[in-house]
Design a protein around this ligand. Sequence first.
Ligand code: NAD
Ligand code: UGA
Length: 475
Amino acid sequence: MTRSPQTSKQKIGPVTKICCIGAGYVGGPTMAMIAKKCPHIDVRVVDINEARIAQWNSDVLPIYEPGLNEVVKECRGRNLTFTTAVDESIRGADMVFISVNTPTKTFGVGAGRAANLEFIEKCARKIAEVSEGHKIVVEKSTLPVRTAEAVKTILSSTTNGASFDVLSNPEFLAEGTAIEDLLEPDRVLIGGESEAAINALVDVYANWVPRERLLTTNLWSSELSKLTANAFLAQRVSSINAISALCEATEADVDEVALAIGTDSRIGPKFLKASVGFGGSCFQKDILNLVYLCEYFGLPEAAEYWEQVVKMNDFQKSRFVTRIVRTLFNTVSDKKIAVWGFAFKKDTNDTRESAAIYVCRDLLLEKAKLSIYDPRVTKEQIHRDLTEAILASGVDANTCDALLQTNVEIADSCDSSAADAHAIALLTEWDEFAEADFKTIHASMKKPAFIFDGRNTLKKLSLDDLGFRYFGIGF
Ligand code: NAD
Ligand code: UGA
């Protein structure tokens, strides 16, 4: 691989000022952790979204993440700043993280698969425009392999005489456990070409992460490892979900199968929880990106292999709806269904690609009446997600509005959503659902009272004994 002329041979001192572009689910928590563990480093998180920055500076942070409030409170005003002053924060930093969104392209070449790198490119152009002296630019966003090449080319167009090193430092945190994951990461991956730049970032993390967990690689291995890690994790979920369908047809129990295979140390127990389908902003996007890359590099068989993981996930979501409709005597029209949980997993307010969106959309298209309760997701967010999904399915705007007005209610507790309902569909595994008073809930529901548990959260509660007709995933 040729080394870019932009790669600096400069003497790089210890990092004292960090700027992170993008105050999202990754930029906010990761920078808060660096600020906590490195009180000698001034950390500035910048964003063009003024409302988001205002929330980071308020008592109600824009994202819900256990433990995050405490870390932000400790560091904000000390060595952690959230600001819209993008140019001056970049200019003043020795190290600039790019942590902006990289969604799936919805237009043009590669639409529906390739990553939209518009925001990354804008960041690179901005850094090139305002920088002086030497900077280490760190790709924190998840990017297709070889993106650093484009970033380096753009940075090299600077006219200010600035010089740059580019590193790849993908983030592996999972939402809901971001603080734990950042405190004790399995590994931190740093890819780059300049040893001095790599060491500068290694020294930042070494303030709290044991050295043996700091893996250094070349740029391209680092970029590709991130997509690969997500693809492998999602593949495990799709694999167990495929088996869950077979379990339902054969009286095997998917949790027993998962335990039996997961105790094989070569397979391991994690990511074998059958569910209504994986969600989140990244699994689907990153696999589709991997599929696109395989196609781009002339590897259609590899592309097809990975695409199947997403197809299996779509099948799992639609299978869940079909099971509800069939079990409710082949119609849910005008029936009230209590939807418990809307976030893509527990302990987050994030709904991006949540299975709940697609399950609710399909139930609404079957004319069901939904009463949705989620302890952390706002009514506005639920309406936005459902509107977008319903419009994308080809329904016109007026019909969509009418459907949402007449058939969707947002409840303030799981009990109130279940009152008078024909069925409960549990879509997110919030702990509070397992603690509900099911005797009272059963009494308040239409009979027979059905529960469709998309997470097997209530499986151990013997709800059949209370009179429910209980259906989980994969048994
Ligand atoms: P996000 O949408 O929550 O945040 C991105 C932020 O970047 C937004 O607030 C947006 O306003 C800001 N932004 C966009 N362009 C900008 C610009 N030119 N200047 C300043 N700000 C700009 O996204 P996220 O979930 O934090 O994800 C960021 C990246 O990290 C993605 O590539 C994602 O794949 C990756 N990632 C996400 C997670 C996760 O758990 N969400 C985990 C690991 C990796
Ligand atoms: C995932 C990865 O776990 C992180 O390492 C990665 O950094 C992140 O994507 C990213 O790149 O964005 P996240 O999506 O936040 O993290 O959450 P996960 O815990 O991975 O769950 C993803 C989805 O899979 C959720 O909907 C979850 O409910 C589902 N899941 C997970 C299952 O259905 N079964 C399982 O066994 C595990």
